[in-house]
Design a protein around this ligand. Structure first.
Ligand SMILES: O=C(O)CCC(=O)C(=O)O
Length: 297
């Protein structure tokens, strides 16, 4: 909903006071509309493997300029979490700070980057993409592994092309928890409701082994490198073995423009429908005021 010309979104984080980065001038922030030279082989790899690693979609300087706007509120939000040893598997895996763009002009500039959205559209082979949502995922030192899962099982978007951009804001080694993918597993499509948990880890680990999908790690990544993964690609991440460095990651989830919301068949999809498509229902265009068109060719 809009209030006084501004998007007003009542999220679980709206109680957090605006960080200083929100009121800072935007002038120092680099322009992210310049193009990335995507190789046709990257598109072919994404489409056959379900994921792709791209080096320096953003430069180290660009990331450094935007990082405070993402890290300050996420560190503040992390203080609301219980000590790591008291959390469940999901809670140990990362601090999850959602839809930062609605609270910060700087993050909005990052999340709305034409460069990123155009790559997302080209990888999926679509003419336009909308924002599903953004989220910071910070794996603390000693943070637990991210169990195997499929993202799109949470989304009321069956048959819709969706992709997640996953970008470290600091250099991140494999041992700090960069993603690993079951190559080709996106071909399975929807495997049914299966929240990120110890159960999803066991069930999908068995499935990946049975089907013989190669497990490919993104390996070490520099700040500004990215992976893009298909909403159906089975993926996870190791824990953060670092004793001092948080794996700071920003993600942006895109869906193809023109998509129609599908009937939610699980509590998690009902929840996502309410949260990410406020006021909409199955059969409506997946285009609420918090799903802006980020790129159209
Ligand atoms: O950052 C992580 O550990 C998991 C991220 C993930 O699963 C995703 O972005 O889809």
């Amino acid at each position: 909903m809009y209030q006084n010309g501004h998007i007003f979104y009542q999220s679980i984080h709206s109680r957090i006071p605006p960080s200083p980065s929100i009121v800072r001038s935007m002038d120092h922030l680099p322009d992210l509309s310049t193009e990335y030279a995507l190789d046709p082989q990257d598109i072919a790899d994404y489409q056959s493997n379900g994921f792709v690693l791209l080096r320096q979609l953003a430069t180290q300087e660009e990331v450094a300029a935007y990082r405070p706007a993402i890290t300050e509120p996420t560190e503040a939000f992390a203080k609301t979490y219980k000590p790591i040893e008291e959390r469940d598997t999901y809670g140990k895996a990362f601090i999850q700070n959602i839809n930062l763009w609605v609270h910060s002009e700087a993050v909005r500039k990052f999340t709305f980057a034409q460069r990123f959205a155009k790559v997302a559209a080209e990888l999926m082979g679509v003419t336009g993409v909308r924002l599903y949502h953004d989220q910071a995922l910070y794996k603390e030192p000693g943070g637990g592994p991210t169990p195997w899962h499929q993202d799109q099982q949470y989304w009321p978007l069956d048959g819709v092309k969706c992709v997640t951009l996953w970008m470290p804001l600091v250099d991140a080694t494999e041992e700090m928890g960069t993603l690993k993918f079951a190559k080709g597993s996106q071909e399975l499509g929807y495997l049914g409701p299966m929240n990120i948990s110890d159960d999803s880890e066991v069930m999908l680990d068995n499935l990946v082994k049975e089907r013989g999908y190669p497990i490919i790690s993104a390996g070490d990544m520099k700040a500004g490198d990215v992976t893009f993964h298909n909403g159906w690609c089975i993926h996870g991440a190791p824990g953060n073995a670092s004793s001092s460095t948080t794996r700071e990651v920003m993600t942006i989830i895109y869906l193809e423009d023109g998509a129609i919301i599908t009937e939610p068949d699980s509590p998690q999809r009902e929840n996502d429908l309410k949260t990410w498509f406020p006021g909409l229902k199955a059969g409506d265009a997946a285009a609420s005021e918090i799903n802006p068109l980020l790129y159209s060719s």
